[in-house]
Design a binder for this molecule. Structure first.
Ligand code: GLV
Length: 308
């Protein structure tokens, strides 16, 4: 029995070392250097190529190397294979820090002052305080729920929108189409952390932007495919959306000729809002391998029906 690593993240060697530290007796191989494909029952994957699971006739578990599983082609995976994801406190707190940084950066006009500095322009602008600021978090799962609660603790006015109603301290929960309208109608910021499913693909679109007050700001730290890119550019050009902080894109790396690079109201980060921390996540991967061997229930298994 062996573990295969199909990691399109440049971190396969680090994962191999960490897994072997916990499971020294187990063969851990980096695809495509696999000695015997029939031995592989467990695969740790990040953005593998289409059809990757067909190489391994005895595959039982596909473990995502991150919080999301959309990159695993989940609909195509045979139903006897279990899919698990990473749930890690570091992923949540890193996401919170990233989102808080973007919110404060925008509320305190730091982009405008950076541009003003280039012109030696001393121009005080109105700024927002936390208590005056309304944030709508789309997606109240492990990461979104944590984020919403932490922002509420800091004093932000927080709405959350999710598939099912949630009870969270300081967070007003909304669901459904009407709920989405109510959740964003007074918001200053939309923060997207939804999982990518058929129901959420393209949800950051013109209709949603028009439901927000003029001048709202978008933070997309979910997936690139949540956003209709042309709709954002149009909404920014018209001033309906004042700007955006984008960490994820349809195509990554973002192509060099993409219009987002030229839009001064868009702040781009290269999918770094919250990266899997190998040393804090390896124990659940190893634990899942052991559980698979013992036929025990797996940790953080994903419902293929729901897609998260
Ligand atoms: C990052 O995008 C993840 O899914 O962990």
């Amino acid at each position: 029995m062996s573990i295969a690593l199909l990691l399109n993240s440049g971190r396969a060697e680090d994962w191999k070392l960490e897994i072997n530290r916990h499971l020294p007796e187990i063969k851990v191989e980096i695809f495509p250097e696999i000695e015997n494909y029939t031995e592989v029952e467990f695969a740790l994957c990040w953005k593998p190529a289409a059809g990757y699971y067909t190489h391994f006739p005895n595959l039982k578990v596909i473990q995502s190397g991150g919080a999301g599983i959309d990159h695993l082609f989940p609909k195509a995976i045979p139903s006897h294979i279990h899919i698990c994801r990473i749930v890690d406190p570091m992923l949540k707190s890193d996401m919170f820090e990233h989102v808080l940084t973007c919110l404060m950066h925008s509320m305190k006009n730091l982009s405008a002052y950076a541009a003003a500095k280039d012109k030696r322009d001393w121009q005080p602008l109105e700024y927002k305080s936390i208590g005056q600021t309304h944030v709508t978090v789309l997606g109240l799962g492990e990461i979104g729920g944590y984020l919403a609660e932490r922002l509420a603790q800091l004093g932000f006015n927080v709405n959350g929108w999710s598939n099912s109603p949630k009870k969270m301290a300081g967070v007003t929960s909304f669901t459904g189409v009407d709920g989405l309208r109510l959740a964003v109608e007074h918001t200053d910021f939309i923060v997207n952390v939804l999982p990518l499913t058929d129901a959420t693909r393209g949800i950051l679109n013109r209709d949603l932007f028009n439901l927000c007050p003029k001048g709202a700001v978008l933070l997309n730290v979910g997936r690139g495919e949540h956003l209709v890119e042309e709709d954002l550019l149009e909404a920014i050009a018209e001033g309906q959306i004042a700007g955006a902080y984008l960490d994820v894109f349809h195509q990554e790396p973002l192509p060099r000729d993409h219009p987002f690079w030229h839009c001064s109201s868009i702040c781009i980060t290269p999918h770094v809002a919250s990266r899997t921390n190998i040393s804090s996540s390896v124990t659940q991967v190893v634990d899942n391998y052991r559980r698979m061997i013992l036929g025990q229930p797996l940790l953080n298994e994903v419902s293929l029906e729901k897609g998260y």
